[in-house]
Design a protein around this ligand. Structure first.
Ligand code: ATP
Ligand code: MG
Length: 301
């Protein structure tokens, strides 16, 4: 398959996983082990397609950078061990590091807690011409913070502003924030890597049993499993209220890493591709400048 053909097909491939209207969205209806009609015999082919996709993305990113007009923000959310880090590492491996920034959002610092919750994310938004990746994001404010009320208590909000409506209000803030960014040329695509509880357990055990993976295991991650159902309810509510046409959320099956990566790559390729990017048009003046420089160089100066 040629790269141009792959770029054209990417959007259609990722479409079954794209949520643009959250109304009635149900996580339970989706299978984390889904691989469409593909089986494990397609795994080697998927690697070839991914390699081609990575090349295509490098090419699109180059145009994005040259045009210096749009920015792309990719937001990744998932339970632990769903494969966020590996997916970002593989899918973005062909992109010029100068045109791409990855920011990981961990527990907020004391300084972060002195500000509104979007503050730290605002500071890390991608510049025009670049791709920004949020490894976790402002969405944690409706996930971990909702599942663990003690985190909300640390945010120093005026008590009268903390009501039962707080999550709905946060969803509204986030929708407005994403509309604002969209209207400023920052194109947003969100990814929820949907891993099953069973597969997470298998991956945690692998991290414990394989010495090379021991560093990845944290006892706290295992503890969070006890809140699994609360997290799923929070994710479902988040997608219901924040998936939109302008900022769609891809709910990507994450029990099979080879499949997850191909879907994410396809969705990302489709993002700059849908902008109809071109290399900037060279003006007549610039052409004259180039011709003069060439004459100078060939003349031995
Ligand atoms: P990895 O485990 O692959 O290094 P990670 O994203 O899980 O990546 P950790 O350092 O393990 O990184 O975890 C970061 C923790 O910070 C997560 O448990 C996450 O829920 C938490 N976190 C992120 N944002 C917030 C927030 N706004 N308030 C409270 N906790 C947050
Ligand atoms: Mg972790």
């Amino acid at each position: 398959m040629e790269i141009e053909e792959l770029i054209k097909k990417a959007g259609a491939f990722a479409k079954p996983f794209r949520v643009t209207h959250g109304d009635g969205f149900r996580l339970k209806d989706l299978d984390p082990a889904d691989t469409l009609d593909f089986g494990s015999e397609d795994k080697p082919r998927s690697k070839e397609v991914l390699a081609l996709g990575i090349e295509a993305l490098g090419h699109l990113q180059d145009m994005l950078y040259a045009q210096d007009c749009w920015a792309v923000l990719l937001v990744f959310q998932a339970m632990d061990a769903a494969g966020k880090d590996g997916t970002i590492k593989h899918v973005m491996s062909g992109v010029n590091p100068q045109g791409c920034d990855v920011v990981s959002f961990k527990s907020p610092s004391a300084e972060d807690l002195n500000h509104d919750y979007l503050w730290r994310c605002m500071k890390s938004l991608p510049q025009r011409g670049r791709i920004g990746i949020f490894n976790r994001s402002y969405y944690e404010e409706t996930l971990v913070v909702r599942v663990h009320p003690e985190f909300l208590a640390k945010q120093k909000l005026p008590p009268e502003l903390v009501t039962k409506k707080i999550w709905k209000e946060r969803f509204r803030d986030i929708r407005n924030f994403e509309s604002y960014l969209t209207r400023n040329g920052i194109v947003i695509r969100k990814f929820f890597l949907n891993v099953s509880k069973k597969e997470q357990k298998r991956r945690f055990l692998e991290r414990i049993e394989e010495p090379k993976k021991n560093w990845k295991f944290s006892a706290n991650d295992a503890k969070e499993r006890t809140s699994w159902d609360d997290y799923m309810a929070a994710y479902e509510d988040m997608i219901r209220h924040t998936a939109s046409k302008e900022a769609p959320c891809y709910v990507v099956p994450a029990d099979n890493k080879w499949f997850t990566r191909v879907v994410v790559a396809a969705a990302i390729i489709d993002t700059p591709a849908s902008l109809g990017l071109r290399y900037p048009k060279v003006t007549k003046e610039k052409l004259r400048e180039l011709a003069a420089a060439k004459r100078g160089l060939l003349g031995g100066k």
